[in-house]
Every structure is written in structure tokens, then in C-alpha cells.
Design a protein around this ligand. Structure first.
Ligand SMILES: NC(=O)c1ccc[n+]([C@@H]2O[C@H](COP(=O)([O-])OP(=O)(O)OC[C@H]3O[C@@H](n4cnc5c(N)ncnc54)[C@H](OP(=O)(O)O)[C@@H]3O)[C@@H](O)[C@H]2O)c1
Length: 270
């Protein structure tokens, strides 16, 4: 698995990690099955994990599957509330799930971001947080996100990017690169809808020299071939899918022609 320097944070991240929205919001009985997904992530070197208090039981379940190996993982989670006191409660719960330390603590959907940055900065000073980030999922928030990214306390940004959702290309990606921010790509498969597209194996034939043997791998390589993206975090409940996704995290990377070809297969030629 290729590792990339995560902006100016001092962290090195594997280019393929794992999200936990829906997939890790499960009962304690199902949590045992999710342990196998985390096992696969460790075997494949996809040891960057993203969660949020917004994802129900996901933080608790992820924390449980990381027991005994937390030090070998990079954990990103979020705080998501406009209430300062509730924010402290959320942050304390996250720290408890992840053995008192979160690698990338993000302000979810920019909610009350100035106040949250004040709180997260204090935690970074105390050594409980390594990097502070911001997330948003919507193109309509691009201007607000851009403004917030310029706050000197911000070190990372998490945004959607796939052949159907390219709004970050015009301003967010260039600004992230200029500011030295780490970039986490959410929704690499458009919440699963892109991964489910039927693409003929013959259409993937020209991509074989790039180590691509499946359509989801083509989508991940499409993202990761833009070197301004540091880690993509597909969510999965399947160890097999985890292994297949992780296999896309190695060179050779694609050029503009192959990226254009894949965008066309996705129905969104650039
Ligand atoms: N969506 C958002 O608005 C949002 C917002 C903030 C943060 N995030 C973060 O970004 C992460 C990723 O985004 P997402 O979960 O919305 O969607 P996604 O990663 O684009 O898609 C997840 C879906 O893809 C399927 N999948 C994964 N690998 C596959 C493979 N190799 N072959 C076929 N299907 C595959 C999964 O099903 P299986 O379980 O069957 O594999 C799952 O249904 C989230 O989990 C979260 O951590 C998302």
C-alpha cells in the first residue's frame, strides 16, 4: 500500500483507508463480524479509519475492533454539534473509544466550526489530538469551507470526490494543496451507487496494465491518481471488498486519458 505525506501534519497515511458510516453502526452481535473487516484492513495495510458520533454505534464498534492494535491505526473522527457543552461530551466519548487519542479530529459539516476549533486546539496542545480537520459533503458549502480552511488551526479537510461529484476540483483541491492540508476523500463510490454500476469486464481491459481488475478499483485509482488526494475511505461491511479496495492503493497511477476514460464509463465524461 502506498503511503502519502498528509499535508503538513507530519502524518503518513495509506492511500486507501475505510469509512464506517452505516457499515459499523451495528449491534454488538454484528460487531464480531465487523472485526473481520478491521482484520482485513490491517492485513492489507488500509489502516486509516474514519468515524463520527453522527454514525450511531460506529465509533464504539470501531474502537472495539481496534482493541490491542490501536497504536498501529490512524483514527479520524468528528465532533458534530452547535452546543459547546455537548461538544465536550462527544469529544470525551470519542477519546474513550480510541484509547485517549485521536489522530485527525474533524469538525463535522462545519457545524459551529470556530468554537469547535478552539476546543480541538486545546486538545492538540495537550497531545490528545494530532491534527485538526474540517468536513463537508455539499457543493453548496464550498465557499464556507474554503473560508474555514484558511484558519491556521486547520490541517486537514474531508470532502467527496468521484467521477460524479467533482466540485472540489475548481477551488478546494488547489487551496488544500497551497495551504498544505491533508485531504481525505469520502464517498469514493457515491455511497455505493457508483460501485453498483454495471461495467463490462471488456471495458476494463485497457486498464489492466494499471493493475485494475474491477470497476470499484478503477474508481479508487481515478481518485488516487490525483496526488492532491491523500487517502480515500470507502466504507464496506465485507472483508473481500476491503481487500479488493486496498489492492487499488499501489502504483502505477493513471494519466489524464485513463481518468477521462473512467469518467466516461461512469457516465460523466469530463
Ligand atoms: N456520505 C457522506 O455524506 C459522508 C459524509 C461524511 C463522511 N463520510 C465518510 O466517508 C465514508 C465513505 O462514504 P460512504 O460510506 O458514504 O460511501 P462509499 O464509501 O462511497 O460507498 C460505500 C458503499 O460501497 C460498497 N462497496 C465498498 N467496497 C465495494 C466493493 N469493492 N465492491 C462493491 N461495493 C463496494 C459498500 O457495500 P458493502 O458493505 O457491500 O461493501 C457500501 O454500500 C463514510 O463511511 C464516512 O466515514 C461520508
Amino acid at each position: 500500500m502506498e503511503q502519502r505525506v498528509f499535508g503538513n501534519t507530519g502524518l503518513h497515511v495509506p492511500v486507501v483507508g475505510m469509512g464506517t458510516w452505516h457499515t459499523f453502526d451495528v449491534t454488538s452481535r454484528e460487531a464480531n463480524e465487523r472485526e473481520r473487516v478491521t482484520d482485513a484492513a490491517f492485513k492489507a495495510g488500509a489502516t486509516f479509519f474514519d468515524s463520527s458520533p453522527m454514525y450511531g454505534e460506529a465509533e464504539r464498534v470501531l474502537g472495539r475492533t481496534l482493541r490491542g492494535r490501536r497504536d498501529n491505526a490512524i483514527v479520524a473522527t468528528k465532533v458534530w454539534t452547535s452546543n459547546d457543552r455537548e461538544a465536550m461530551t462527544q469529544i470525551a466519548a470519542s477519546l474513550a473509544f480510541f484509547r485517549r487519542s485521536v489522530d485527525v479530529f474533524q469538525v463535522h459539516n462545519l457545524v459551529a466550526w470556530r468554537n469547535r476549533l478552539d476546543q480541538l486546539q486545546r486538545l492538540r496542545d495537550e497531545g490528545a489530538v494530532r491534527a485538526i480537520g474540517l468536513t463537508h459533503y455539499a457543493a453548496s458549502a464550498a465557499d464556507d469551507l474554503l473560508r474555514a480552511m484558511k484558519d491556521p488551526r486547520v490541517q486537514a479537510v474531508q470532502v467527496p470526490y468521484n467521477p460524479r461529484e467533482r466540485w472540489i476540483e475548481s477551488a478546494i483541491l488547489p487551496a488544500a494543496a497551497d495551504l498544505g492540508l491533508g485531504v481525505i476523500v469520502m464517498r469514493p463510490f457515491g455511497q455505493g451507487s457508483l460501485a453498483r454500476l454495471r461495467v463490462n469486464s471488456s471495458a476494463l481491459e485497457p486498464l489492466k496494465p494499471f493493475g485494475i481488475s474491477s470497476w470499484p478499483q478503477a474508481l479508487l485509482k481515478w481518485i488516487l491518481s490525483d496526488m492532491r488526494c491523500h487517502v480515500a475511505i470507502p466504507a464496506t461491511s465485507s472483508p473481500d471488498h476491503l481487500f479488493a479496495n486496498a489492492a487499488a492503493g499501489v502504483p502505477p497511477w493513471l494519466g489524464p486519458d485513463e481518468r477521462h476514460y473512467i469518467a466516461g464509463l461512469a457516465g460523466h465524461p469530463s
